[in-house]
Write a protein that binds this ligand. Structure first.
Ligand SMILES: Nc1ncnc2c1ncn2[C@@H]1O[C@H](COP(=O)(O)OP(=O)(O)OP(=O)(O)O)[C@@H](O)[C@H]1O
Ligand SMILES: [Mg+2]
Length: 255
C-alpha cells in the first residue's frame, strides 16, 4: 500500500495504533513495546512517564522515524512516518554538543543546519532568545567543558527549541537539572508551545515533572501502556495499580 493510500484524515497530530516493537539480533528478540495506543492533538504537551527500561526512548525512536514498528501504525498528520524529518526536533537523553563551540555557537550551528532560511541577524536573535529562555544568557560564551551537566542539557534543549519544530520530542530533558531549573524549563516549554503552536512530547521518570503537565500523561511499564489520562486523572485519581505504586514511591508528593 502506498503512503498516499494509507493517508487518513484525522485531527490528531499523532496517532499510535496498536504498535509493537521488538529489538532483534541474530541470537535473540526482545519485545520492547507491546500494543501501544496514543492520540495526541496538535498543540498538546504530553508526557510519557515510566521507570528505567520501560520503553520510553524506544517509543520516541519510532515517533522520530529512527525505528520502524513491528506491527501497528504510527501516523503523523495522518500520514505514516517514513523517517526523521525537519518538522521534528529531538532532544536525546545522551545529548552531545560540539566542544569547540560556545553555548551560543552550538545553538547558532543548530539553526544553520536546520535548513531554515534565517538571515544572520535573525539567527543571532534566535540564539539569544533561546539562551535567555533556558536561563543561560550569562553563559553564552562558555564552552561545553566550562558548563555543568544541567547547563549542557539546557543548551541542547535551546537548540531544539530554536529550530521551532512542529513536534518536539524530548527524552528526559530535565533529568540533569535541579528542581527549580526543572520547573523553569517546563514553564519555558509550555510557553514556546503556545507561542509556536508546537506539539511537545517528553519522556521522563520524574513524577514531579509529569505532575506539571497541562495535558495528558501516559504511564508505561515493561513496554506496556498502563494508564493514559489527564494530569488530574493520572496523578490525583490514578486507576492503575502501577501508577499508584509510582506515586507512592515519591514521599514529598504526599506532604
Ligand atoms: N538496541 C537494543 N537492543 C536490545 N534491547 C534494547 C535495545 N535498546 C533498548 N533495549 C531494551 O528495550 C527496553 C526499553 O529500552 P528504552 O531505552 O526504550 O527504555 P527507557 O524507558 O528509555 O529507559 P531509561 O529510563 O532507563 O532511559 C529495555 O529493556 C532495554 O534493555
Ligand atoms: Mg531512556
Amino acid at each position: 500500500m502506498s503512503i498516499q493510500e494509507e493517508t487518513v484524515h484525522t485531527q490528531n497530530k499523532i496517532e499510535v495504533k496498536d504498535v509493537c516493537f521488538d529489538y532483534v539480533d541474530k541470537k535473540s528478540s526482545f519485545a520492547a513495546l507491546d500494543h501501544i495506543n496514543l492520540s495526541i492533538k496538535e498543540g498538546e504537551f504530553i508526557c510519557i512517564l515510566g521507570s528505567s527500561g520501560c520503553g520510553k526512548a524506544t517509543l520516541l525512536g519510532l515517533l522520530n522515524g529512527l525505528n520502524k514498528a513491528k506491527s501497528g501504525k504510527i501516523l503523523l498528520d495522518g500520514k505514516p512516518i517514513a523517517g526523521p524529518g525537519p518538522d521534528r526536533a529531538v532532544v536525546f537523553q545522551q545529548y552531545s554538543l560540539f566542544p569547540w563551540l560556545t553555548a551560543k555557537g552550538n545553538i547558532l550551528f543548530g539553526i544553520k543546519q536546520s535548513g531554515k532560511k534565517y538571515s544572520k541577524k535573525e539567527r543571532e536573535e534566535k540564539a539569544e532568545e533561546y539562551l535567555r529562555s533556558v536561563g543561560l544568557a550569562a553563559a553564552r560564551d562558555k564552552y561545553p567543558s566550562q558548563l555543568s551537566g544541567g547547563m549542557k542539557q539546557r543548551v541542547a534543549l535551546a537548540i531544539a527549541l530554536s529550530l521551532e519544530p512542529k513536534l518536539l520530542l524530548a527524552d528526559e530533558p530535565t533529568s540533569a537539572l535541579d528542581v527549580t531549573v526543572q520547573a523553569q524549563v517546563v514553564r519555558e516549554m509550555l510557553q514556546v508551545r503556545k507561542q509556536f503552536g508546537m506539539t511537545i512530547l517528553i519522556v521522563t521518570h520524574n513524577i514531579g515533572v509529569a505532575s506539571r503537565m497541562e495535558d495528558h500523561i501516559v504511564v508505561m511499564k515493561n513496554g506496556e501502556q498502563r494508564e493514559y489520562g489527564t494530569r488530574q486523572q493520572v496523578i490525583e485519581h490514578p486507576q492503575n495499580e502501577y501508577t499508584r505504586y509510582l506515586l507512592s514511591a515519591v514521599p514529598e508528593l504526599e506532604a
